[in-house]
Write a protein that binds this ligand. Structure first.
Ligand SMILES: *Cc1c(COP(=O)(O)O)cnc(C)c1O
Length: 306
C-alpha cells in the first residue's frame, strides 16, 4: 500500500511543531483507519472459501460502511448487526443501505447472541461466513497499524527527523495497539497518546495492553521493555458521540485554517483532547504528529445538523 500523506500544519502550535498523517485520504470508501484495517481482513478472507461477511457497529460506524463497500467489491453478502437506535439517520448508515448490506437490529444487551444466531443461520444455509469484530478489532486490525507505524518510521528516516509524540482518537484500541507494537518492533521511544473517545480506564487501557500482548505473541517478538498504553480517558465527556462547544470550535478552526475536516465523535474530540494534553503537560519545542483516523462522513452529518 502507498504511504498516506504526512503534512506539516504549523511550527507554532502552542510552541510545538504540528504534523498530521492523513489516514482520511486512504483511497478506498472515503478512507480512514477502518479502510486500512479492511484490507487486512479481506486479504485473509480471499485466502479462504468465504462467501459472506458478518460484522457489528452503530448507526455512525465508519467500520460498517467500509466493510459493506468492500463486500460489494469482492462479491460477498454482508450482514451488519447493529443496536436499534432512536438516533438520527447518518450518512454512514445510508451508505450501508445503498451498498446493499443486510441490517440486523438488536438490543444493545443482546449483541453477542445475535451475532451467534446470525453465524449459525448462515452456516445452516450452507454458507461459510467470516466474522469481523466491531471496529475491526483483533490481530489483523493491529497489524494494519503496525504497517502505519512503519510508514511513520520511513518518513522520519527520509527526512532525518523524529516525532516526539503521536496523538490519535482511540476507540477499541486496535489502532493504538498497532502503533505501540510498531514502536516496540522498531525500537523507538515515540510517545503514543491515545485520546479515548468513549471508554474509561482501567478497562480502555487494559484492552489496548491485551491487544499489544496478543500481537507480539503472534509475531514471536519479546520486547525488552513492555509498554503500558497511554490511554487518556479525560476527554470522553458523556461517552461515545458526546460533544461540547470546544470540540465544535476545534473542528471549525481546523477546517477554516487548514481545510481538513474533523468530526465530533472521533477526530475532533481527539484533536481537542490533544490540545488540552499539550497545555496540561506543558509540551514545548516538540514534534507532534496527529494521526487523522478518518470519519469524513460524520463531518458532513455535523454540517447537516448545524
Ligand atoms: C473507529 C475509529 C477510531 C478508533 O479506532 P480504534 O482502532 O477502534 O481505536 C478513530 N477514529 C475514527 C474516525 C474511527 O472511525
Amino acid at each position: 500500500m502507498n504511504s498516506t500523506l504526512i503534512q506539516k500544519l504549523t511550527d507554532s502550535y502552542h510552541n510545538n511543531s504540528l504534523f498530521i498523517k492523513r489516514e482520511d485520504l486512504l483511497p478506498f470508501s472515503l478512507g480512514g483507519n477502518k479502510s486500512r484495517k479492511a484490507e487486512f481482513f479481506f486479504g485473509e478472507m480471499m485466502c479462504g472459501k468465504y462467501d459472506s461477511v458478518v460484522t457489528y457497529g452503530s448507526i455512525s460506524s465508519n467500520h460498517c460502511r467500509v466493510i459493506s463497500n468492500k463486500a460489494n467489491v469482492t462479491g460477498m453478502d454482508c450482514y451488519i448487526i447493529s443496536p436499534s437506535e432512536k438516533e438520527n439517520m447518518t450518512l454512514n448508515r445510508k451508505m450501508m443501505l445503498f451498498l446493499g448490506a443486510k441490517m440486523i437490529y438488536c438490543d444493545v444487551n443482546n449483541v453477542k447472541q445475535t451475532i451467534d444466531n446470525c453465524m449459525d443461520a448462515l452456516r445452516k444455509e450452507g454458507k461459510n461466513p467470516y466474522f469481523i469484530q466491531g471496529g475491526g478489532h483483533g490481530n489483523l486490525g493491529t497489524a494494519a497499524y503496525v504497517e502505519c507505524f512503519d510508514e511513520i518510521v520511513e518518513f522520519e528516516k527520509v527526512n532525518n527527523f523524529k516525532f516526539d509524540y503521536i496523538f490519535h482518537a482511540s476507540g477499541t484500541g486496535t489502532t493504538q495497539a498497532g502503533l505501540i507494537c510498531g514502536k516496540l518492533i522498531n525500537n523507538k521511544d515515540t510517545n503514543i497518546v491515545g485520546i479515548s473517545i468513549a471508554r474509561k480506564n482501567p478497562y480502555g487501557g487494559s484492552v489496548v495492553n491485551e491487544s499489544v500482548k496478543e500481537y507480539m505473541k503472534q509475531v514471536n517478538c519479546t520486547p525488552t521493555l513492555f509498554e503500558t498504553a497511554n490511554f487518556i480517558d479525560k476527554y470522553v465527556l458523556e461517552g461515545y458521540g458526546s460533544s461540547n462547544e470546544y470540540i465544535i470550535n476545534t473542528i471549525e478552526t481546523v477546517f477554516c485554517k487548514y481545510g481538513i475536516p474533523l468530526d465530533s465523535t472521533y477526530t475532533g474530540k481527539a484533536f481537542w483532547g490533544m490540545e488540552e494534553y499539550i497545555k496540561e503537560n506543558m509540551l514545548f519545542n516538540k514534534n507532534l504528529l496527529f494521526l487523522h483516523t478518518g470519519g469524513t462522513p460524520l463531518f458532513f452529518d455535523m454540517l447537516n445538523i448545524k
